[in-house]
Structure formats: structure tokens, C-alpha cells
Design a protein around this ligand. Sequence first.
Ligand code: PLP
Length: 356
Amino acid sequence: MAYLDANATEPLRPEARAAVLAALDLVGNPSSVHAAGRAARRVLEDSRARIAARFGAERDGVVFTSGGTEADALALAALGAGRRIVIGATEHDAIRAAAPGAAILPVDREGVADLAGLDGLLAEGPALLCLMLANNETGTIQNLAEAAAICRRHGALLHVDAVQAAGRIKVDLRALGADSVAVSSHKLGGPKGAGALLLAGGRAVRPLIAGGGQERGWRGGTPALPAIAGFAAAAECQAPDLSGLRDAAERAAVEAGAVVLGGPLRLGNTTCLALPGVRAETQVIALDLAGVQVSAGAACSSGKVSRSHVLEAMGLGALAGEAIRVSLPWSASEADVLAFARAYREMAARLGKRAA
Ligand code: PLP
């Protein structure tokens, strides 16, 4: 089996597994004042310090959440109140669903945000711009420095969804010039069930969940300590350079008739490949039967596969329903790429011909 769906979730890193197992044995609640509680709190605060250091945040600016979706929703609730919301056209549903009625910043055919109209969108009073660092379907990396400068000129806030970027390219809250950044444990080799919203400059946050006042009142509920400990361990792992393996997979697919979607500036582990005339779901099933696991557009929890809003926003027409995402995990090997190349060639020869 070749697992090439890292952007859906990365395999667990051994360092993260060890940290999870150690934290599972801690009996205390980090809010308790006794010794067992204090031991749990030490792990929680140590994890917070490590996440802060890894992503250029202050310790006090790290709010642990259940994952990227909650971090994005918290950012919108916390920073968006009373502000006009502007989001990139290729944002993840975690942002889109939390920002109904938002103004949309268009992208070009490579998925890069077109900043020409941003001045106009931010000029109408207090605003919050949500722009992702790297896209989950194409891997396209945005020019956030320019977007941040435009935001500063207008006194607008900037929230960056760095869920796919974290663990793959440098993510640094301060260097990005962002007001908040969302990261997620399972996208960087940690366990599922943890994430964080990183907040700049001691900003006060209105919680989505008030509860018992945990996380300095920013996020109620007993923190998922094992997941958080695994998150911190995974976040410290070095990212392998996967671009050589990715390029080899891409070359094999192109030789078999695929069209690469997205531009040159993208994550080294991701390629988005359209096979004209063949529905994305059909390709995913054919490859799965050959032991190669990839996804069609965004992986949805219900298992439904709809046309990708990301590829539609890029103006790709019918190709938007004919593209698969191949995303290499940190553990990818040459054998995975060979298995993919073989399966893709066989699939394209069988289905591509029928479509032609
Ligand atoms: N943002 C982006 C860009 C994503 O790719 C995802 C997950 O696919 C999320 C947010 C949501 O993260 P989580 O699965 O941790 O809730």
C-alpha cells in the first residue's frame, strides 16, 4: 500500500507516539492544584512553550484547540467581531463555513491571491483578512508579506491558516506579520485532536467555548493533554525535502497524460493532477484498487466528493472535477512513488482512452 494522502492527515511520527503514550499515564487534570494536577500542568505548559518557540509566538499567545477547524473558527469569532471579513477564494471550509457572507479575494490560474483589489476591499472600515499560507489541494503558497503590508496600511487584521504549511515550510507568527495563525497537530505528524491558535501581541480573545475558564479563559474544557504533548513533539521534527520524489511522481503522471494544476511556488510534497475526461472519484477508486491512496479535491468527512471550489476559483472549468491530489507524507519512499507511477500509467491507459 502506498499512502499518498498526507494533506488529509500525516502518519504519526514516532516522537509524537512516545509523547502521547507518556502523557496517557498522567492521571491529573492540569487545573488541579495537587501534585498530580501540577505534573499534568507541567506537560501542558512545556508543550505550550515548545509550540510557541516553533512558530514564533509568545507562550501567552498559544491557545490549544481541538484542531485546525476550531482554531480557524476561534480566530474568526475573536478577531472578526465588528469587522468586515475578507477571505481568499481558495480558503478551506474551516474558514468558509465560519465566515458566511464574507467578501472574496479572487485567485489566478495558479491559485495565487490577486492582491490588486485588496486595497478596495479593506478600505471600507475595520476589516479582518483570512488568507491561507499553503493550499490543501494544490500546495500553492501565498505571498503573505505583501498581503500583510496592505493590511497594516488599512489597520486591518490578518489571520493566516497555516494548517498545511506547518511542519513543511517555515511558519512564524512574527515573521508573517499576522495577528493570528492556525496550526493543527495531525497535519504535521502529531495525533488527531489537537491544534492551536497563535495570537500576536497579547490580544484578548472572546472564547467560542467559555466553560471552566481553561486556556486563560480563551477556550473552556479540560485540554486533551496526550494529543497536545504529541503535537509539541511532532512540531519539533525536521521536515524532509520531498520535492524530488514529488517531481518524479508528477513526471510519470504527465507522461501518462496528466495536467499539473497550480503554479511553481507550492509545497514540496503536493501535486494536483487532472486527467482530462476522467472523473476524480473514478481515479481515486482505480488507484485505491491498485493499492495507492490519494484524494479527490478536499477530503470531506461525509465521504462525498463534490467539485473542488479551489480549482473552480482558479478558473479551471471541467478540470475542477477531474483532478486528484497526491500529497507525500514525511515517511514517503521511492517505492511509494514507483507504485504510484505504475498504477497511474495503468489507470490512464485504461480510463483515459475510454474518455478520449
Ligand atoms: N485548514 C486547512 C488548510 C486544512 O487543510 C484543514 C484540514 O484539511 C483544516 C484547516 C482543518 O484542520 P483540522 O482537520 O485539524 O480540523
